[in-house]
Design a protein around this ligand. Sequence first.
Ligand code: EPU
Length: 347
Amino acid sequence: MCPVASTEASQPQVHVDLTRANTLALPGHAALYAEITSALQLTAFAGRTTDRCFILGGGSNLVLTGDFDGLVVHMAITGRELAGEDADAWYVRAGAGENWNDFVEWTLAQGWPGLENLSLIPGTVGAAPIQNIGAYGLEVAERFHSLAACDMHTGRIVDFDRNACRFGYRNSIFKQEGWYLDGRYAITEVTFRLPKVWQPLTRYADVAAELAAQGIVTANARQIAAAVIAVRQRKLPDPEQIPNVGSFFHNPVVDAAMADRLHSAHPGLPLYPQSEGRVKLAAGWLIEQAGWKGKNLGPVGMYEKQALVLVNRGGATGADVAMLMQAVQRDVRIKFGVELTPEPIFL
Ligand code: EPU
């Protein structure tokens, strides 16, 4: 599916400005930078043991801490197709460089529902499985079938099925040390499994309220997509206007005893029961209660409509982001005894 015509590796450019390549708009240069439009091109870069390698998608889950003294491979493989179909599902494949939201809209236009709750998430198809993107009651793992990735040590293309990806909450094997950050595997294409028996997921309070406000009782997939988009546009800043990477921290997951203790002391704290008695807490609530909602530290701040989103108010560096991150972590730790871990990757 991926364009086979462009097999020649482009020569890397030197000292390339990455400010516009990361949605937090942080400054930094790549010593070497290459754009890849086919899986075959990647093999030319495989085995370059002299350079550190980083695979860049949409840059929407990235904190650039400064210059990167290695090779940045910008993943720009496009293409989307129905890879197969059986009685139960459509199998839809897309190149890793496809824009995620464009891909979701395309699947809906084809009449293959299933990804609508993940509308408008910034980033690329190839990045979606890395942090197992999720929103409004759905994680991409639930619609994932398999992916292909280039082993940058050997140049071989390797397939990963759902089990091999070891998906967790905003997590997968690709976030483990040595797998992604060191540029070991470059995801080239992803195949999704979209069940033909479609179940609307409208339990999430914000989405339910949006549909109700529009007078929709039995929503179809496109209506759910529109509701999700409306909610996101209301609560989350558009990275084009206000640079950000979405939620900056994971929602912390604690044991039942800790959740009980916190709930007794803070009855307003939203709790989301998970498997094995564990409980997910709302990091945005903790950050708001710790006094950081809408508050700035230097050129960065926590967004006024969603305290979980760290925003660049203009001219920030990676060091500014790290400083605010640590201040928020410290205040949440002092007030609640809860440790917040960052969601984006630091480069
Ligand atoms: N809340 C506050 N104050 C805030 C923000 C949130 O009190 O400033 C409370 C809300 O009132 C609500 C709870 O916290 O009771 C949860 O808030 P929300 O529904 O906005 O979702 P979230 O937990 O903050 C998560 C994901 C988002 C995803 C939304 C919707 C994580 C880290 N974040 O946010 O994902 O869009 O749910 O499903 O799991 C992302 O990962 O980048 C992302 C945007």
